[in-house]
Ligand binder design. Structure first.
Ligand code: GAL
Ligand code: MN
Length: 235
């Protein structure tokens, strides 16, 4: 499992504690923590067969760049080490906590998660990138789902292909002076439209109660946002 702790180390303790309780319990898990502050990674007791690996990466001034460069970091580390160390990657935002069981039911060669804000929306209302100048462009009459940037994964080789493609698309966008509306999430959506995932997870795997309350038909909220002050934490 991969976690992004860049400047978000304050969230790590609760993330790890709740992951130990709910995430892949009984299985071998490596937490790869990307951070620019390795010294601030909290030490949380881990069950047998589970380990934590801190990967030091550089910081970026803009949160949009931090978010987008995750694709490049996953791509590079996948080639260098993940391919040789693990079977599956689960890539998640860290400003979250587990609140119910997340197990091997999520695993598949390539999986994405329905964004909690759009699982009931019509395709033309998805917040895809709509400018044809961007590599993330999706026309109004295309698109299956709106996927969340904060929970995707699959076999390492699949995630390597996805992240490499998204990173390259962002390099092209930058050269053309354009930045996709939702950054790496826009590129993820474009990639998953033309490389269909083999599994699509419900928004119970990525929910935000402060934004969306807790609808009674969602029985198991597994991974939920931890309230934060966006302005304070992002900058
Ligand atoms: C918001 C979310 C953003 C982005 C956006 C897409 O709810 O906070 O990160 O995913 O939806 O429209
Ligand atoms: Mn988040």
């Amino acid at each position: 499992m991969l976690v992004f702790g860049l400047r978000y180390v304050v969230f790590l303790e609760l993330f790890l504690q709740t992951a130990e309780k709910h995430f892949m319990v009984g299985h071998r898990v490596t937490y790869y923590i990307f951070t620019d502050r390795p010294a601030d990674v909290p030490s949380v007791p881990l069950a047998e067969g589970r380990q934590l690996v801190v990967l030091e990466v550089r910081n970026y001034a803009r949160w949009q760049d931090v978010s987008m460069h995750r694709m490049e970091m996953i791509s590079n580390f996948s080639r260098q080490r993940f391919l040789h160390e693990v079977d599956y990657l689960v890539c998640v935002d860290v400003d979250m906590k587990f609140s119910d069981h997340v197990g091997v039911e999520i695993l598949s060669p390539l999986f994405g998660t329905l964004h909690p804000g759009f699982y009931r929306a019509a395709r033309q209302d998805f917040t895809y990138e709509r400018r044809p100048q961007s590599q993330a462009y999706i026309p109004r009459d295309e698109g299956d789902f709106y996927y969340a940037g904060g929970f995707f994964g699959g076999l390492v080789v699949e995630v390597l292909q996805l992240t490499t493609a998204c990173h390259q698309a962002m390099v092209v966008d930058r050269a053309n002076g354009i930045e996709a509306v939702w950054h790496d999430e826009s590129h993820l959506n474009r990639y998953l439209l033309y490389h269909k995932p083999t599994k699509v997870l419900s928004p119970e795997y990525l929910w935000d109660e402060r934004m969306l309350q807790r609808p009674p038909f969602l029985r198991k909220l597994c991974y939920v946002a931890v309230p934060k002050n966006h302005a304070e934490i992002r900058n």
